[in-house]
Design a protein around this ligand. Structure first.
Ligand code: SF4
Length: 463
């Protein structure tokens, strides 16, 4: 019988059906970090339990890591304690930890794919909402809470509710200056922030097929912002080539080809049935910017804001119905995060920045998603382009995506941010205001000192 990737992966990992209707699923890979694990390990210890599959558990540090000076001990005592707890727990349980000394540290959703840990047909869990990122490689990847982290540590299993599948097909060519970030913002705007509740989002269509793996990760990363439990793209030749030669992918030729054969048959069958189907036209998508305090409150950069006058987001953000986000003065530009902190994001931002300088009143940060991204960018000289333009070139981490490290907004600063959450206080100041956009739009805003249309800055820049 024809099946979707979700059904195939689900069936292959089912341990048993539970009396309450949930399914006990085996988790192939458990990614852990310093923020959602200390309590989970404490709960494990309190029961006298050990980690069931330490070899299927991988740790890194990202959320609380300072990006300016990463020497230990950190000045922030709480951050240092969290890091030390993760080190201790990994050492005690025999779990591999990718800290800064390994050269492989980075945001958990960046290092998984880049090391080949994330593979098609796999089930993955991590105590972070944006675990959906890993679906870009055809994995079924769940963001989980602390008590579920405990469950996975103890049993390598999760109790999950069944999911429906919505096929989101995007067809046609994106205009120059329109990126994966704009596509997913448009999808969330149209389907709503709760539109995906109870669903897995399967992204398909020629636009998605043409996207690089980095771009597919941006799309899947933000599935959760549209309410979907997971997002995925069916694996294809681009996926297999991305994985070839990566440290945790099968290394020798026969093993790799054997894996590819299995990965290939995990893709959704052409005549699989879906619970819902939606079609998007890529050509109609413009550079998109959020104006509000949830991911669905966005607008094409050329359009006025369409909102009710009493919408509290308007007052908080300083807009009125009919205002345009274009022309909004910014104080901070942040390019990074697990949504847009990969090499291709930095390359595109550098293309905009080259030969220009950051506006005098703007603080601009480039934060690579991992040490590997940082090395690759430096090998291409991108750090010199950014520094010459007045950007700060930082160490790898979550940085200004959330206010858990020294990179924070101050007062009611406005940030042009390539991150993935815009609720009040997300970037560290209760009154700080976040405008989400693509890294290219963020780079353009840093130069202009205000939100601009990146398509105009790209005129004259070689494609
Ligand atoms: S970059 Fe942001 S969303 Fe991604 S893992 Fe870090 S804090 Fe979470």
């Amino acid at each position: 019988m024809s099946q979707t990737l979700l059904q195939k992966v689900w069936d292959a990992h089912t341990v048993r059906k539970l009396p309450n209707g949930q399914t006990q699923l085996f988790v192939g890979l458990h990614l852990i970090h310093e923020v959602t694990t200390p309590q989970a390990f404490d709960m494990l210890r309190a029961r006298g339990w050990r980690v069931r599959f330490p070899e299927r558990t991988i740790g890194t540090v990202d959320h609380i890591v300072p990006t300016r000076d990463q020497r230990r001990p950190f000045l922030d005592v709480m951050a240092e304690d969290m890091f030390a707890a993760l080190e201790r727990n990994c050492r005690d349980e025999g779990i591999r930890l990718f800290d800064m000394s390994t050269g492989s540290q980075g945001i958990v959703h960046v290092i998984g794919p880049e090391m080949g840990l994330t593979q098609p047909g796999m089930t993955i869990a991590c105590g972070d909402s944006h675990t959906s990122t890993h679906g870009a490689l055809g994995a079924v990847a769940f963001g989980i809470g602390t008590s579920q982290v405990r469950d996975v540590l103890a049993s390598q299993c999760l109790a999950m509710d069944p999911l429906r599948v919505r096929r989101i097909r995007v067809r046609g060519r994106l205009a120059r200056g329109v990126y994966a970030k704009d596509v997913i913002l448009e999808i969330i705007r149209r389907l709503g922030v709760n539109g995906g509740v109870g669903y897995a989002y399967e992204y398909a269509g020629d636009t998605i097929e043409r996207m690089s793996m980095d771009e597919r990760m941006t799309i899947c990363n933000m599935s959760i912002e549209g309410g979907a439990r997971i997002g995925y793209v069916n694996p294809d030749d681009k996926t297999y080539e991305f994985l070839r030669g990566r440290p945790f992918a099968p290394r020798d030729g026969d093993a790799f080809e054997h894996a590819v054969a299995w990965w290939r048959q995990m893709a959704s069958d052409p005549d699989a049935a879906y619970d819902d189907r939606v079609l998007f036209d890529a050509a109609s998508i413009e550079p998109t910017v959020t104006w509000g305090i949830n991911p669905g409150q966005s607008v094409a950069v050329s359009e006025p804001i369409d909102a009710e006058p009493d919408d509290e987001a308007l007052a908080f953000m300083g807009f009125r119905p009919g205002s345009r986000v274009r022309g909004t003065r910014i104080d901070v530009a942040f390019i990074g995060s697990c949504t847009n902190g990969r090499l291709s994001d930095l390359e595109e931002a550098a293309r905009i920045v080259q030969g220009h300088h950051v506006a005098k009143h703007v603080k601009a940060l480039i934060v690579p998603g991992s040490q590997a991204v940082s090395r690759a960018a430096e090998a291409r000289g991108l750090h010199e382009i950014f520094k010459a333009a007045g950007f700060e070139w930082r160490g790898a981490g979550c940085s200004m995506c959330l206010g858990m490290n020294p990179d924070k907004l101050e007062g009611n600063q406005v940030s042009a941010s390539s991150s993935n959450r815009n609720f009040k206080g997300r970037q560290g100041s209760p009154t700080g205001r976040t405008l989400w956009m693509s890294p290219a739009m963020g780079a353009a805003a840093a130069i202009a000192g205000e939100v601009v249309d990146v398509r105009e800055m790209l005129e004259g820049v070689p494609a």
